[in-house]
Write a protein that binds this ligand. Structure first.
Ligand code: IPM
Ligand code: MG
Length: 365
């Protein structure tokens, strides 16, 4: 029986539209192959929305997202908007989208593909076999804590303030997602905090320890964030699932991503309790290569696969896309960011065409 899905596409800025058009083509093929009927609706976010409407997240975009089954985002941001007041910046639109949809759990897998072992800046023996899932809290912590602002002191000097705060309920809900995630993986969860200095981290650690009693099959460990950063580049294979707050997760997920050689390969999923999930590559809008057909669309395509797996419960369709990605790499096809000796260099669009072709072949087999 045909399954119908309404998908909101948010191409955003920079390379966003190019990589989104590849993902759309891939979804159209997987739809035919697995009897999924996608209705795509596009909406504006980030710089594209600022240009058209004056604000980075128009209310109509949030509404369209809310009324869809899943949201696929490419990337937002461009240096031309960096001087705008904070509330008008593209990044503020993304944060408002996460908050507006209640997407408190951000899943960022960093898995080394054997084909890209040599693309990593670390030694192959250090990264070979790395398979980490970073579970980042996404709607709380210092990104959203109050008070915040730049305030004038009586002396006239300015003081910048942000607040890192978590309630027990916020910690518990991300903790449960992390324990459940670890349970489906290798059953090891490392909670990252700064409990040696920060009270908010002490509460975080205390709650994780309490929650662990409900998941006796999952082994919980704790690391301070500075040590975790060091361990990620020293011996990344020690990690299975990592759970951490918004800011630490932002930083550690970039570090984990780079273990794999290119941030251009990594997808992510942002999930809430009820609203549709948001699926997006970990990388940014790469304004330096925008419009030149040089971008790597694979993280976007893998984000579409995550959408099928986590958002739409279509694991076979997700598998098909992931297989096609592995196969194009096996055929030594590469975009510039993952290019190596004796490989064939492709642009963004040609990479998309190879994926579609490979998916058709996989269907034939
Ligand atoms: C990310 C990005 C965002 C964040 C920015 C663009 C607001 O770095 O998704 O990791 O800090 O969360
Ligand atoms: Mg980041």
């Amino acid at each position: 029986m045909t399954q119908h899905y309404t998908i909101t596409l948010l191409p955003g800025d920079g390379i966003g539209p190019e990589i989104m058009s590849v993902a759309k083509a891939v979804l159209a093929v997987v739809g035919e192959q697995f009897d999924l009927d996608f209705t795509f609706q596009e909406a504006l976010v980030g710089g594209a929305a600022i240009d058209a409407t004056g604000e980075p997240l128009p209310p109509s975009t949030l509404e369209v997202c809310r009324q869809s089954d899943a949201v696929l985002l490419a990337a937002i941001g461009s240096p031309q908007y960096d001087t705008l007041p904070r509330h008008l910046r593209p990044e503020t639109g993304l944060l408002a989208l996460r908050a507006g949809l209640g997407l408190f759990a951000n899943l960022r897998p960093a898995k080394i593909l054997p084909q890209l072992l040599h693309a990593s800046s670390l030694k192959p023996e250090v990264v070979d076999g790395v398979d980490i899932m970073v579970v980042r809290e996404l709607t709380g912590g210092i990104y959203f804590g109050q008070p915040r602002g730049i305030f004038a002191l009586e002396t006239g000097e300015k003081r910048g303030v942000n607040t890192m705060a978590y309630t027990e309920a916020e910690i518990d809900r991300i903790g449960r997602v992390a324990f459940e995630t670890a349970r489906k993986r290798r059953k090891r969860l490392c909670s990252v905090d700064k409990a040696n200095v920060l009270e908010v981290s002490q509460l975080w650690r205390d709650r994780m320890t309490v929650l662990a009693k409900d998941y006796p099959d999952v082994e919980l460990t704790h690391l301070y964030v500075d040590n975790a950063a060091m361990q990620l580049v020293r011996y990344p294979k020690q990690f299975d699932t990592i759970v951490t707050g918004n800011l630490f997760g932002d930083i550690l997920s970039d570090a984990a991503a780079m273990l794999t050689g290119s941030i251009g390969m990594l997808p992510s999923a942002s999930l809430g309790a009820t609203a549709p999930g948001l699926y997006e590559p970990v990388h940014g809008s790469a304004p330096d290569i925008a419009g030149r057909d040089q971008a790597n669309p694979l993280a976007q395509v893998l984000s579409a696969a995550m959408m099928l797996r986590y958002g739409l419960a279509q694991p076979a369709a997700a598998d098909r896309i992931e297989q096609a990605v592995l196969q194009v790499l096996d055929r030594n096809l590469r975009t510039a960011d993952i290019m190596a000796d004796n490989m064939t260099l492709l642009g963004c669009q040609a990479m998309g065409e190879s994926l579609v072709e490979t998916m058709r072949e996989l269907q034939g087999n």
